[in-house]
Design a binder for this molecule. Sequence first.
Ligand SMILES: [Cu+2]
Length: 148
Amino acid sequence: MMRLLSLVSLLLLPTTVTASDDFLIEELWVRAAPPHMTMTAAYGAMRNNGTDPLSVVSVSTSIADRASIHETQLRNDRAMMRPVAALSIAPGQQVTLEPGGLHLMLMKLTTPLEIGQSANICFMLETGDSVCADAQIRRQAKHGGHHH
Ligand SMILES: [Cu+2]
């Protein structure tokens, strides 16, 4: 009976392979974190190449126990982060995840993140499709970036 149950739960797992050609993830990268750090953020771009709106409802990765979409807002000259429950992307729209704006918050890191390595991050869509992409672990954004 136990064996049957575990088989059933396997079959119910969402697909982890790209199931939607309309949803593209580009330039995904994770900010490197020294061993004592418990959280970091990931950035990149998401694009809806389809004709219908799509919605990203959650993210997950093996390098962190908790992953979520965050937005940064200025309140009284202070940057505040808060979770975004679902991120809607209109047909043809590109959404950029960048330092100081929308980002993927990775909390309770399960491993040190060393520069040059990569990590897999999966995006769960409202449709139930899950799209995964490799993220490069870097110190900062590719095009130089600037420090604040
Ligand atoms: Cu955040």
